[in-house]
Design a protein around this ligand. Structure first.
Ligand SMILES: C[S@@+](CC[C@H](N)C(=O)[O-])C[C@H]1O[C@@H](n2cnc3c(N)ncnc32)[C@H](O)[C@@H]1O
Length: 225
């Protein structure tokens, strides 16, 4: 797979993949996008609603590992137990992962060994990263994935509907809603009308929440209780 690492506008890296140069994050800022969409609008929302409770997370697309790093950081700072499962079909190589500047941009060089550990963790096994964060990476396509447990939160970080329309269909959201505990949340950066309609048709309750810089809104979808 042809891949290139580039800088986004907040100075953090992202990856461009394939001949179509699909971006893993917003070019306006990878770090600010991930922090806003997945941590502020979802992880913080879920943990505030259930103080003192652990969180089971499923991420679609491990990619750069940025969402898992930010979740590890937040969980560890706040003593929240996180059980994090992530899938990926085209993992980055070790040298690609080590060239990413997220720990430097977070001003947390002490997190670099953890970030390396997230990338080096053996696929298909549980890795206990610290007492608050367990990681399970699976090399499988979403289309073939069947979860072994329900989760509280889905980070839905697929490529855009234009690039991967099959991952934004009513059928796929029907599969995803079945991964969630009743009351569980799916968060995504995408707020396209077709996507909202597909989510609603699959049974999700939709809420538009403010997006990161340069994006009016994003979608937080709930599996009704
Ligand atoms: C938009 S990127 C986001 C990656 C990651 N969350 C990050 O912050 O770097 C989408 C990721 O999903 C992976 N992917 C694409 N299609 C997939 C599929 N069908 N099943 C699992 N992973 C897939 C890609 O290889 C890529 O790493």
């Amino acid at each position: 797979m042809l891949r290139k690492i580039i800088l986004t506008e907040d100075g953090s890296h992202t990856v461009l993949a394939g001949e179509k140069k699909l971006a893993f994050h917003s070019k306006h800022g990878a770090l600010q996008e991930s922090a806003h969409v997945y941590i502020h609008s979802a992880f913080d929302f879920v943990t505030a609603a259930h103080p003192g409770k652990g969180v089971k997370i499923f991420e679609m697309g491990f990619g750069t590992g940025l969402n898992s790093l930010l979740t590890y950081k937040k969980a560890t700072e706040n003593n929240i137990h996180v059980d994090y499962t992530t899938i990926e079909t085209e993992p980055l190589t070790g040298p690609e992962a080590r060239s990413l500047n997220y720990c430097q941009k977070l001003d947390r060089p002490d997190l670099q060994p953890v970030f390396d550990e997230l990338h080096d963790a053996t696929w298909e096994t549980h890795a206990v990263i610290n007492p608050f964060f367990t990681l399970r990476k699976l090399k499988v396509a979403l289309e073939d994935y069947q979860p072994s447990q329900l989760v509280d939160l889905i980070y839905y970080d697929a490529f855009s509907p234009a690039a991967q329309p099959e991952l934004w269909s009513k059928e796929m959201f029907g599969k995803l809603i079945s991964f969630l505990e009743p009351g569980g949340i799916l968060i995504t950066y995408c707020s396209k009308g077709d996507v909202k309609r597909a989510m609603k048709a699959a049974g999700f309750k939709i809420k538009k929440v403010p997006g990161p810089l340069y994006k009016r809104d994003i979608i937080r979808a709930t599996r009704p209780i």
